[in-house]
Design a protein around this ligand. Structure first.
Ligand code: FAD
Length: 432
């Protein structure tokens, strides 16, 4: 006879850890299964973690979490092959306001958060892969693992198994992830002495800089690059949609190499020692790619449910929030003596709709399609804008009005007046 739990959580990333923590804290008998050697061993992230989402389950998280640096400064770069134009934001609210974004090393973060779930009473078993869901009719009643006699029963299964979500796909609970809805990101960790990082980025101890990069570095593919400062390392990465990689025949590694040699990036990583290289998928299909999020005896959260806001590069906070909302729904139903049927679990969907998660994903629902259909935003405009900056800032005895005329001519020649108007309308529609 298979052992039975109140809940099984598949995966020990941010969504699974928060779900396990919330349910265990409420006194439920929770089993968490993780295929990696330890939580975080298989996970890749930039990585910025958003404290508010964590604070919702661990109120004093800022004092205990293994944060690297509080993000003090955000730079956005629009790049052509040799230069960039950009914006800079440095600072925060008033002195009483705490930072909301921190860089982290995912392996440290996942281990720490998983420890909290275990302290609350969840049983974590690593090196165990869930291969399929056990069903009675349409109702999920447990999981089959890759261990001998590995069937385990539960009243509800929380799917928090990351972007591929093979368990849900194999069981027909969600369609397979499409190449057009998923990005492939590669990342390197560049190690430098703490003092070098602080001098190079003009930052005090424990505070950091984030640089988000757009434009020609992705060779017309929909994607972005990033650079995040940790205590003694820099996370540097780039990602594009899988469909675009397939069509362009460009390898992610080649993109990263070219990005590292870009004149704006190269000096920031000069002299560093590269110790880690990783690649991972990110679900970036947005609102339109979100599958059914609950059914009889199951809920889905985090990357496995496609909860990533690619416009703002937020994923871990959506993962933690969806994990929390799923777990709170289950705890509430249990307290009311109700079963985790699909009808009762509708409350999870309702909670998602009320939260920033669905509100933000809905707001940007057209962005993926607009970027796919309008590559000029990733190629032509970065080039035009960097050239415009170059023209205006070059001191060459040409009067400024003539320079403005030259810039206007440049824009109209590349996009036409009607094209410029159309692009402006598309941008407003995408981000309104
Ligand atoms: C390069 C990169 C940079 C990113 N940068 C950021 C960032 O800066 N900020 C941000 O907020 N988000 C970022 N993200 C997104 C973020 O990492 C994810 O949104 C987040 O990790 C999702 O958490 P999760 O718990 O849903 O899934 P995951 O973190 O993927 O965890 C899933 C877990 O399930 C386990 N698992 C999978 N299948 C099984 C199975 N069958 N049985 C048992 N266990 C299983 C996995 O081993 C894993 O531990 C980035 C992602 C990438 C790839």
């Amino acid at each position: 006879m298979a052992e039975k739990f109140d809940a099984i959580v598949v995966g020990a990333g941010p969504s699974g850890n928060v779900a396990a923590l919330v349910m265990a804290r409420a006194g439920m008998k929770v089993l968490q299964l993780e295929r990696g050697e330890y939580p975080g061993s298989k996970n890749v992230q930039g990585a910025i973690v958003y404290a508010e989402a964590l604070e919702a389950v661990i109120p004093n998280c800022r004092r205990q979490a293994p944060f690297e640096r509080a993000v003090l400064e955000q730079r956005m770069w629009l790049m052509d092959e040799r230069s960039h134009v950009g914006s800079h934001f440095r600072g925060g609210g008033d002195d009483s306001e705490q930072p909301t974004r921190y860089t982290v090393i995912r392996a440290n973060m996942d281990k720490w958060l998983s420890g909290k779930a275990r302290d609350a009473g969840a049983l974590l078993i690593c090196e165990t892969t869930v291969v399929e869901l056990l069903k009675q009719g349409d109702r999920v009643v447990g999981v089959r693992t890759d261990r001998a006699n590995g069937d385990i029963l539960a009243d509800v299964v929380v799917l928090a198994d990351g972007v591929n979500s093979l368990v849900a796909t194999r069981s027909g609970l969600r369609p397979p992830v499409r190449a057009k809805d998923v990005a492939l990101a590669v990342k390197e960790m560049h190690f430098l002495p703490k003092q070098t990082i602080e001098e190079r980025f003009n930052i005090p101890a424990n505070e950091g800089v984030v640089i988000e990069m757009f434009g020609k570095i992705t060779k017309g593919m929909v994607g972005t690059g990033f650079l995040y400062t940790n205590k003694e390392s820099i996370s540097l990465g780039i990602g594009c949609m899988v469909e675009d990689f397939k069509q362009a025949g460009v390898s992610p590694y080649q993109l990263l190499e070219e990005m590292k040699n870009h004149p704006s990036v190269r000096p920031l990583i000069a002299g560093s020692e590269v110790k880690e290289y990783s690649a991972h998928l990110i679900p970036e299909g947005g609102y339109n790619a979100i599958p059914a999020v609950h059914g009889d005896g199951w809920v889905i959260c985090g990357d496995s449910g496609g909860f990533v806001n690619s416009v703002h590069r937020e994923g871990s906070n959506l993962a933690m929030t969806t994990g929390r909302l799923a777990a709170e729904t289950i705890v509430q139903l249990r307290e009311e003596g109700r079963e985790c049927t699909s009808a009762n679990l509708r409350r999870y969907r309702a909670a998602l709709e009320q939260s920033f998660v669905m509100k933000d994903l809905k707001k940007y629902r057209d962005v993926p399609d607009i970027l796919h259909g309008n590559r000029q935003f990733l190629t032509t405009y970065p080039e035009l804008l960097t050239r415009a900056a170059h023209t205006m800032l070059k001191v060459d005895n040409v009067d400024k009005r003539s320079k403005e005329k030259e810039i206007k001519r440049d824009f109209v020649a590349r996009r036409s007046r009607l094209g410029l108007l159309g692009d402006a309308i598309k941008l407003v529609r995408a981000f309104r």
